[in-house]
Design a protein around this ligand. Sequence first.
Ligand SMILES: [Zn+2]
Ligand SMILES: [Zn+2]
Length: 227
Amino acid sequence: MNFDSYTDLGMEAAAELVNRLTPGFDRGHPHPLPTAPLPRREKAASAEAAIWGAAGTISGADAESFFSLAQELREVFQSAADGDVERVAPLVNDLLRRYHAAPQLARHDGEGWHLHFHSQEKEAGRARARGATCAIALAIVIGSGGVGRLGVCRADRCDRVFVDTSRNGSRRFCSSSCLSRQKVAAFRTRKQNKMAGGSPLPIPGGTSTVPTFGVEMADPATPWRAG
Ligand SMILES: [Zn+2]
Ligand SMILES: [Zn+2]
């Protein structure tokens, strides 16, 4: 599933901004944010440069605006991933308003008419303009039935977000690294369950006919003890 290239870019930018500028876990590792002002400015500037190719320093106020924008975008991805569609639309409408989104049809360089994702306030700061771009892309995707395309990684110790462009919309992980981490974890769980006396485990409160072969069953609250 592909939207037009401007929408794709806006969606990828939104996901990248969340992944770079919100704290949490990234593919099994903690993803903390810097706390001191200078590193925060550098972090925001490097995210902007990586996503939009902008170069140069940004003000402390702009840096903080980028961090809040990223957090607001995370809420959209999280609500969408939770299936809370009724919350997603008002969140995006709120972003469109607050970032003064003003999409405009434009024609230049021999291209046909196409939509530019602008903010009304070009001078209001870089985060404002970037926020408008992301909000318009999200609005287009969600308004075309694409809310299910926004995801948060389901792997352990990861909460990075993604835009699912797979044909059947079945993506669950942020990266191939999380996909394989989760496969390994699932394999270990199956193996441990087998070693613990085979499945099915005794039904709580019922009588099981499954022999345990002398394996002491663990407390039901902790069905598996490592060792
Ligand atoms: Zn253009
Ligand atoms: Zn992940």
